[in-house]
Ligand binder design. Structure first.
Ligand code: SAH
Length: 333
């Protein structure tokens, strides 16, 4: 177990990077094996009431062409993804009030008939709503804390409360979701010390999944002139998370692929064991620009899946055929 000071030293010193990445890769192999879990990501609405400073979908960005998939379309997309072998569907969106508790519960119930694990990533909702989604069959929930530096959090998220974000995470855990969180790396004025605190927070809440992504400046946001996050630093944060949390699920994030054209494979060799390919229609995924140059994969979902599988096989890993739950929770699924 690394202390806070040790984590800070590792993050600041680039001389030990190769040691760190191979250590994380060994922990990954020992605790979660060589299988990579694919999650089919459906970005079903880019309409958002929030105004996060870094995000291209923020409500004040008037140049986004907004879309909202209808429930039938979401189900069609999920059906196609499960037909071609995805064992987890992730529903992600902006915070779109059209999707009420009732509408979402119907969608969840229909998707659960497809013999698939279901993850939600739709932001902050009440305890009652999280409870209803769980009762309808949702298994997992992703909600990044983004940063544990409260001051920075409040600067980045106008009209949002840090305490409420934390509360959401605890509510999800209490309700028995496999709970995923994570952070951005490279936000303006984010310190190495606060990244160490992010990592310790993930350990403290005993997260089931952690997604780490470098910040990427979006031209139509107030952070348009800020430098992008550093790929290697994001990779290091991810590697330390693997070493400390051992058997959890860690995606090789799309933001890493955006900053380095081999980013996802490098991440899979530095602690990650999950990839989340887009299974949307291209006309939608192109409009889901939380940051620019987001990799939407190939236009055809089957080819895209094959392509990713080939890359995974090339590095001596296999694509899993099971649901890919957090190992220590397998029996509860
Ligand atoms: N509305 C949902 C989903 C947000 S999009 C929610 O609030 O949880 C998923 C993730 O994209 C966010 O959690 C954030 O960490 C990441 N993201 C948003 N803008 C980004 C940017 N400019 N660069 C890198 N990652 C970004």
């Amino acid at each position: 177990m690394f202390s806070r000071n040790e984590i800070i030293d590792i993050l600041k010193d680039d001389k030990q990077n190769e040691w760190l990445f191979s250590y994380a890769d060994n922990v990954r192999k020992e605790y979660v094996g060589n299988e990579v879990h694919l999650r089919g990501l459906i970005e079903f609405s880019n309409i958002c009431k929030c105004n996060c400073k870094y995000c291209g979908l923020r409500c004040e960005n008037k140049s986004v062409q907004r879309y909202r998939m209808q429930p039938e379309e979401i189900l069609e997309c999920a059906k196609h993804a499960t037909d071609i072998g995805f064992k987890t569907i992730v529903l992600q969106s902006g915070e779109d009030p059209f999707f009420t508790k009732e509408i979402l519960c119907e969608i969840i119930k229909e998707i659960k008939k497809m013999n698939v694990a279901l993850t939600l990533s739709i932001g902050e909702r009440s305890y009652d709503e999280y409870h209803a989604f769980k009762e309808s069959g949702a298994n997992r929930y992703l909600i990044r804390i983004e940063t544990t530096d409260k001051k920075l959090y409040e600067k980045m998220h106008p009209n949002m409360s840090f305490e409420n974000r934390i509360n959401c995470i605890y509510n999800l855990k209490k309700l028995g979701y496999e709970t995923g969180t994570g952070c951005l790396v490279g936000l303006p004025n984010q310190t190495i010390e606060s990244l160490a605190d992010d990592i310790l927070f993930f350990k403290e809440i005993d997260a089931d999944m952690i997604g780490i992504g470098p910040f990427i400046a979006h031209p139509q946001t107030p952070l348009n002139n800020s430098p992008n996050g550093n790929f290697t630093l994001a990779l290091k944060v991810m590697a330390i998370v693997r070493i400390l949390l051992k058997d959890i699920n860690i995606p090789a994030t799309t933001a890493m692929e955006t900053l380095n054209k081999n980013g996802r494979i490098i991440a899979l060799q530095s602690g990650a064991n999950v990839v989340m390919p887009n299974v949307n229609l291209l006309k939608y995924s192109e409009k889901y620009q939380i940051y620019p140059n987001k990799d939407t994969g190939e236009s055809n979902t089957i080819n895209n899946k094959k392509h990713i599988e080939e890359k995974i096989n090339k590095i001596g890993r296999t694509v899993s055929k099971d649901f890919g739950s957090h190992i220590s929770k397998k029996n509860s699924f």
